[in-house]
Design a protein around this ligand. Structure first.
Ligand code: DAT
Ligand code: MG
Length: 136
């Protein structure tokens, strides 16, 4: 059964020219692109996207970071797309938690700038896809 997940190539990934790298890994895994768009992120969208982290010590710097430059937003679909992309992304901390072979494990150094976002559950995916692509 197919499912959909919301993926972001964050501002560090766009700035470093890694959009193709991330899209390539998604496609080579066998997942499909249902939407792809370069977007400037408003403070309001950033706050809604990361609402679950409101109140945490890193919330302010997280919003600053995700609004610091354009992102590429994608809807990715396929069987088990949500965990499949989380595996492609790797763990949140690119050094301690992300395995070699993952985007973060291979290409990122810091938790604050870890290149990609992927929805973490069907509920999150549904909420995030509505937020980023209300017409999809
Ligand atoms: P993930 O992006 O792996 O789903 P998350 O949802 O827990 O991780 O956190 C969202 C983002 O917030 C994460 O990609 C980077 C940042 N972040 C999380 N924990 C952090 C921390 N302890 N210090 C700084 N930034 C953090
Ligand atoms: Mg998360």
């Amino acid at each position: 059964m197919s499912e959909r997940t919301l993926v972001l190539v964050k501002p560090d990934g766009v700035e470093r020219g890694l959009v193709g790298e991330v899209v390539s890994r998604i496609e080579r895994k066998g997942l499909r692109l249902a939407a792809l768009e370069l977007r400037v992120v408003s403070r309001d969208l950033a706050e809604q996207h990361y609402a679950e982290h409101d109140g945490k010590p890193f919330f302010g710097s997280l919003l600053d970071f995700i609004t610091s430059g354009p992102v590429v937003a994608l809807v990715v679909e396929g069987p088990r797309a949500i965990p499949a992309f989380r595996q492609i992304a790797g763990g949140t901390d690119p050094v301690e938690k992300a395995t070699p072979g993952s985007v973060r494990g291979d290409l990122a150094l810091e938790t604050g700038s870890n290149l990609v976002h992927g929805s973490d559950s069907p509920e999150s995916a549904s909420r995030e896809i509505k937020l980023w692509f209300p017409n999809l």
